[in-house]
Design a protein around this ligand. Sequence first.
Ligand SMILES: [Zn+2]
Length: 116
Amino acid sequence: MHEMGICQSILDASFEAAEAEGATRIKEIRISVGELTEVVDFALQFAFESLSPGTLAEGGKLVVNRIPAKSRCPSCGTEFEHDRFETTCPECGNPFNENIAGRELLIDSVDVEKDD
Ligand SMILES: [Zn+2]
């Protein structure tokens, strides 16, 4: 399950950000995941539940924002959303299109708590 590795990377980056701020706890980590990444939400949540106890993120939340896959047709210039398998241009039928969204895997924000 590659979500474990992905989640660990997300946590590592979040710990770094939290420690830089002098935070004592991570309340929420918001990430964006493109539909083409093959990352499964529940597997990611499971990974978070398994990896966060005993860390700054214990009891925190992982919020996943899914980004739809999108491509641009080089023939007619149409931009369209599509699923993982069907990427043909809906306007002209061109099957060879340039992917412009859906491969994202990034941290949007890390919400932390500090001791006063
Ligand atoms: Zn087209």
